[in-house]
Design a binder for this molecule. Structure first.
Ligand code: HEC
Length: 144
């Protein structure tokens, strides 16, 4: 009974998320990708603060989500998608090479640090390095 209602909840959630994503176009899709990273970063921050125990499975999912979410991220910024409910800065379009370099740099940070995050001892430095990468891109390409 309990499992059944959880499954129903999950399905309802998915059904609700589908159309929202479809209607959101590229702006919705890129904010959705960032939200997925934010959720994982909050788990990482809680581990860092000692509010949650280190868990290798959680760490693996975290770094996988970072890598998956940033993949193809530049393609979510087609011409014209600078208008609307977005925090994307004009530099994304005026300095596309710089934006793509920031994405590549972040991808590299994630790839380099994922193996380090696989141990409790390595997690902290690995997570901080990637979180710095979030800020590094936001500084130039995301409005506050
Ligand atoms: C390569 C650049 C880049 C990297 C790396 C990056 N972001 Fe972002 N982020 C952006 C841009 C651009 C936006 C604004 C998107 C928009 O509003 O259209 C954004 C928006 C966000 C938002 C707001 C989403 C919303 O619903 O409005 C959150 C939260 C966020 N990022 C978290 C993160 C976290 C956490 C990381 C690292 C794990 C990260 N970002 C890494 C570029 C980046």
């Amino acid at each position: 009974m309990r499992f059944a209602s959880v499954a129903v909840l999950l399905l309802t959630g998915l059904a609700a998320a589908g159309p929202v994503l479809a209607q959101g176009g590229p702006i919705g899709a890129r904010q959705h990708a960032m939200k997925a990273m934010q959720d994982q970063a909050e788990i990482g921050a809680a581990i860092l603060k000692g509010q949650a125990p280190y868990d290798p499975a959680k760490a693996a999912l975290m770094f996988k989500t970072f890598g998956d979410s940033i993949k193809g991220y530049a393609s979510l910024f087609p011409p014209g998608s600078d208008k609307g409910d977005t925090k994307a800065q004009p530099a994304i379009w005026s300095d596309r090479a710089g934006f793509e370099a920031a994405i590549a740099k972040f991808e590299q940070l994630v790839a380099e640090n994922a193996p380090k995050a696989a141990t409790a001892d390595g997690f902290k430095a690995a997570f901080v390095a990637v979180a710095d990468g979030c800020r590094g891109c936001h500084q130039g390409f995301k409005a506050r």
